[in-house]
Every structure is written in structure tokens, then in C-alpha cells.
Write a protein that binds this ligand. Structure first.
Ligand SMILES: [Mg+2]
Length: 327
């Protein structure tokens, strides 16, 4: 097996030393993974990309869990890869559906896995609240938040006035599905009745996820997306349709937000979506989401997607690029 891996590694280096296009590189890497051997890491690919620039890629977005860390453990080569990107001045950000933690809080969680991350490089699904507020002319509007939405609060940073007092619910222009611990019984009941009275108002869902890994024994927590859909489902039984506005992966607002940050932070005003690579471990949230937003998607085999899942995925839905790990 070891000899086989060395052979494929040498073959991969040969492939990347040749002047072949992005699509062909993807086909070769897909071939490796389907046949059970993928010796190429993202770092090796990016080193090659920098040297020949043939792919046209100019920036990278990283998913966090399953890509950079796994719970409180670092994934192989993650810190070295980030150091390399910093050294080579590669524009990059982290993209997370964690709407519970502010960038500083998220950076300190990642630090517990031994990975040092600049909080300024973290984009949460809740950052997209700012764009939503601007587009819909909501600055200064009072909004009700179910649970928590970062500390400092994302909604406040977006120019909104956050409210958690159920007695003031009717004064709020919309509801945001936050995360963390809160009184589900009283909150869900009050919010459900708010939408019975105001079905035209929106339920904003920064994190669309139904569940999330909770602890270390394979337990799962109920996600903010599932909570929002629970309330919408109850209303639907009463023939009341409300609009859920999703912001996080795989939905477009978080990718649009990341593109805006890449252009502004790195002075890349001409950056096009197809010049950005989204690296993640989830076929739907990361890869399909990136494609729908016009970005390139690359899968890492260090998270939720197994080789069995990949083999069972229709060819048209597989990512162009698949890597063994980030680094
Ligand atoms: Mg992930």
C-alpha cells in the first residue's frame, strides 16, 4: 500500500508539473479518489497553482469543521497550509455556518484545536445580516432574536436593534433564528403567534443547518435551521405561509458576503466568483453551495464525506477537485 501511495504521489507531481488545464487536473484527482487512493493535498495543489497560475484561481474560502479542525483536534497539515498561504500572500477567508459565535469567539474555539486564526479572516453566516439590512433598508429597525447571535451581537453590528423581550415582540420588524441555550417553549410559542398576527414578516435564518456535532461521542444538537422550519411547519398546518430567509451555506448570501470581503480586504475589485475556490468537507453545503454561487468547489476527505458517499454521488454532482486533506 505504501509503495502504491508513493507511486500515485509521484504520478500526481508529474501531472501537476505538466501544462494541463484545470478540468484535466480535476479528472485525474477524481480518478484517484474513486479508486481509493488520493495522495494530493490542497497545499500541494495550491503550490502548483501559484507557480503556473493556469487554473485562474486567485483566492480561497475554507470551511472550518472537517476541513481545518475536527472538534478540538487539528486536521493534518492545517497550520502549515495557513502559514504557507500567509507567506505567499494568498487571499483567503474562513466561511462558517456558526451564527452563535462572533469571529473573536470562533477564533478562540479554533485555537483550542491548536490552530491560530486571525478573527478578521472569519466570515460567519451572520455577517450576511448586514447586507440583508442594507438591501432591505432596515437600519435602526428593532428585531427579535431567538437565543444568541454572537457577542458582540451580529444584528447590532448590522445597524439593527436586537430585542429578546417577548413582551416587545410585536414591535419587531422581523425575527432572527439565533443559537445557544434559550427557553424554547415560551419563545417558539410566542414567535409562532407573532407570525399568526404578522404572516408578511420574515424569519431570518443565518444558520440553515438541521443539526450539528455535539460533544465527542457522536451526539448531535438540534440546529437553528431545524428550529426555524419547525415553527414554519406548524404555521403551514394552519395554512399560514411565512418566508424563511436563509443566509448561510449552501445559500448564496454568505458566498456573496465572502466575495465582497475578498474584494474589499485584498483590493481585488475585479475578482470574479469563478476565480475563488471553496474548500470544504460537505458535498451539499460547501460544494453545491459554492457552485450555485458561481465559485469553484473542492472537497477534502477529512470530514463528513466518505469514499462510499462519494462513489454513490452522481458524476455531475462530484466536485472538480478532491483532496486527501488540507495539507
Ligand atoms: Mg464542514
Amino acid at each position: 500500500m505504501r509503495k502504491m501511495q508513493i507511486f500515485f504521489k509521484l504520478f500526481a507531481i508529474f501531472i501537476f508539473s505538466k501544462k494541463i488545464d484545470f478540468f484535466q487536473q480535476g479528472v485525474y484527482i477524481t480518478f484517484y479518489i474513486v479508486f481509493g487512493v488520493c495522495s494530493m493535498t490542497f497545499k500541494e495543489y495550491w503550490q502548483s497553482n501559484i507557480s503556473d497560475g493556469k487554473s485562474g484561481l486567485r483566492a480561497v474560502l475554507f470551511d472550518v469543521d472537517g476541513t481545518v479542525v475536527s472538534g478540538r483536534n487539528p486536521l493534518p497539515g492545517a497550520q502549515e497550509t495557513l502559514n504557507f498561504l500567509d507567506k505567499s500572500h494568498t487571499p483567503y477567508f474562513f466561511l462558517t455556518n456558526d451564527s452563535h459565535h462572533s469571529p473573536a469567539q470562533k477564533a478562540s474555539l479554533i485555537a483550542k484545536a491548536g490552530i491560530t486564526v486571525d478573527p478578521q479572516k472569519i466570515i460567519s453566516c451572520s455577517h450576511a445580516i448586514t447586507d440583508y439590512a442594507v438591501i432591505n433598508d432596515l437600519q435602526g429597525a428593532k428585531v427579535f432574536i431567538m437565543g444568541e447571535s454572537g457577542e458582540p451581537c451580529f444584528a447590532e453590528a448590522a445597524g439593527l436593534i436586537p430585542c429578546r423581550d417577548l413582551s416587545e415582540l410585536d414591535d419587531c420588524s422581523l425575527v432572527i433564528a439565533g443559537e445557544g441555550k434559550f427557553d424554547w417553549h415560551d419563545t417558539f410559542q410566542a414567535v409562532m403567534n407573532y407570525f399568526i398576527r404578522h404572516p408578511e414578516r420574515k424569519l431570518i435564518v443565518p444558520n440553515p443547518d438541521s443539526y450539528w456535532p455535539y460533544g465527542t461521542s457522536g451526539r448531535m444538537g438540534i440546529g437553528a435551521g431545524a428550529q426555524a422550519r419547525f415553527i414554519a411547519g406548524l404555521l403551514k398546518e394552519m395554512q399560514i405561509e411565512i418566508e424563511l430567509v436563509y443566509l448561510g451555506k449552501p445559500h448564496k448570501p454568505i458566498f456573496d458576503c465572502a466575495l465582497k470581503h475578498l474584494r474589499q480586504t485584498f483590493g481585488l475589485s475585479d475578482l470574479q466568483p469563478q476565480q475563488v475556490l471553496m474548500l470544504g468537507d460537505a458535498l451539499f453545503a460547501d460544494i453545491a453551495g459554492a457552485r450555485n454561487a458561481g465559485l469553484q468547489g473542492a472537497l477534502v476527505m477529512t470530514g463528513v464525506t466518505t469514499r462510499e458517499i462519494l462513489s454513490a454521488t452522481p458524476a455531475g454532482e462530484r466536485p472538480e477537485l478532491i483532496f486527501e486533506s488540507i495539507g
